[in-house]
Design a protein around this ligand. Structure first.
Ligand code: UN1
Length: 484
């Protein structure tokens, strides 16, 4: 599979454009250049926003089902090309092929779900206190939407923002993260090839400090949806609030797991290993903190340590690879440095750069399992975006819950137990937008809401029927007949 120049281009007003400057987009597994990415500018953003504004009137006036047809055609095209698309994802950001394929198929499923929204209710009908009055809510598109996506789910996250934006009648200017922009651009390409009218979807890649900032500050952008780090998200919120934009943020997580004494320990070990090390831990929903009942602590710790030690780290396209490289050198260095600081406060297995067996050209590390850390250590409260997890023994549910709820985050959490009352109490008391009983912390099904509480999110949740909140505005309509 090769990428061509036109795979990496700006899309403005229905035309694929080259930019004056480019950035090298490298395979983190081999160091090879995958593509030369256009470095868009604030001026490109301005042209894209004007195009989106011009396209808004006609696009928003179409029947939703007419808009949905483009999503279905794009889903068909992407689905027929999953293998090639997944290989591109693997080369661009390191996700092993099997995981990449699942994500690509999920992106197509997301487009199909949102196509279906065209035939589901948009508003609600109420009985008025005045007989004869029709009282209902009507939803209209939010407007010209700025969409900023991360590199860690470069197929699924663009799909889950673009699909509702478009089906509900918004026009879009998107900025995809440089580390996986060509993979994300395939979603835009599929919509474009489906015949999307010009200006409805525009894409400007380039540095967040210029392209992202121009998008967030642009007076003609009505709403911004962002997935990424908490720091960047909070900066976006401040800047977007100056022009009172609608803002939706999906931010970091520091997701806890509680393993009770009545848990199925091998199942808990398997789920924690998957939650912590899949995609090399580069998910906002990844598992990071485990509170294990003292009675099963040694069993659990032994099982997890064995699983981490045996995990096959390698190039994502190689058969048998279970964990690929981190996305780039800077991310790897940041993770290794955070782990070095953590190791000084406790014990660490793994957590080292790997260079043997041909891994020296890439950004590889062994998965880290930390034990004996103080509860007030940096690792216990700050997100480390890599394959690293810490375990602590606890004596009971109250202690486990208190520790699990201690961070400023609130994205995802899991409990492993066979006790229904304990599970119910966990669901009620845990500070998390997504709660699992006996399953890993990561994962998001397309038809249900996805979003974090506390510092993990801001604004309406994404996906499922929840996506309507952000991508539409409500009007309440009192409709009375005029007297004859
Ligand atoms: C998942 O757990 O499959 O950026 C989805 C992220 C989240 C998406 C997680 N917004 O990692």
């Amino acid at each position: 599979m090769t990428t061509t120049k036109s795979d990496a281009a700006l899309l403005i007003d229905g035309t694929w454009e080259e930019a004056e400057a480019t950035t090298e987009d490298r395979d983190p597994g081999t160091g090879e250049v995958v593509a030369e990415l256009p470095r868009g500018s604030a001026d490109d953003v301005d042209r894209a926003v004007s195009a989106a504004r011009r396209a808004f009137g006609e696009w928003s006036a179409l029947a939703a089902s007419a808009r949905a047809k483009y999503l279905i055609a794009a889903a068909d095209a992407l689905e027929s090309d999953v293998e090639d698309w997944a290989r591109l994802m693997c080369r661009e950001m390191g996700k092993p092929l099997a995981e990449s394929k699942i994500e690509c198929a999920r992106a197509a499923a997301i487009l199909r779900f949102f196509a279906g929204e065209a035939h589901r209710p948009f508003g609600e009908h109420y009985e008025s206190d005045n007989a004869g009055t029709w009282l209902f809510t009507r939803r209209q598109p939010t407007g010209v939407t700025g969409i900023i996506t991360p590199w860690n789910f470069p197929a699924a996250i663009p799909a889950w923002k673009l699909a509702p934006a478009l089906v509900f009648g918004n026009t879009v200017v998107a900025k995809f993260a440089d580390d996986a922009a060509v993979t994300s651009l395939r979603v835009a390409r599929a919509l474009y090839d489906a015949g999307l009218p010009k200006g409805v979807l525009n894409v400007v890649t380039g540095p967040g400090s210029e392209v992202g900032a121009a998008l967030v500050e642009h007076p003609e952008i009505d709403a911004i949806s962002f997935t990424g780090s908490t720091d960047v998200g909070h900066g976006i919120l401040q800047s977007a609030s100056k022009s009172a934009k609608k803002v939706q943020l999906e931010l970091g997580g520091h997701n806890p797991v509680i393993v009770r004494r009545d848990a199925d320990v091998p199942a808990a070990v398997a789920a924690v290993a998957l939650g912590a090390f899949a995609s090399a831990g580069q998910k906002c929903t990844a598992t990071r903190r485990i509170y294990v009942n003292r009675a099963v602590y040694d069993d659990f710790a032994g099982g997890l340590s064995e699983r981490a030690r045996d995990l096959v780290v390698g190039y994502g396209l190689d058969e048998g690879t279970e964990m690929g490289p981190l996305v780039n050198e800077a991310q790897l260095q940041g993770v290794l440095e955070a782990l070095e600081r953590a190791a000084k406060e406790g014990n660490m297995q793994g957590g080292r750069r790997l260079t043997d067996d041909g891994l020296d050209k890439g950004c590889y590390m062994s998965p880290a399992v930390l034990t004996d850390l103080p509860h007030d250590s940096e690792f216990a409260s700050d997100e480390v975006f890599g394959p690293a997890v810490a375990l602590w023994p606890v004596d009971g549910d109250d202690e486990a819950l208190e520790l699990a709820n201690r961070t400023t985050y609130g994205l995802s959490a899991a409990i492993f137990t066979r006790d229904l009352n304990a599970a119910k109490s966990f669901v009620e008391r845990i500070e998390a937008g997504i709660v699992h009983v006996n399953s890993q912390t990561a994962g998001a099904e397309v038809h249900v809401p996805f979003g974090g509480l506390a510092g993990s999110g801001y604004g309406p949740h994404e996906q499922g029927r929840a996506a309507r909140e952000f991508y539409t505005e409500q009007k309440t309509v009192y409709l009375d007949p005029a007297p004859n």
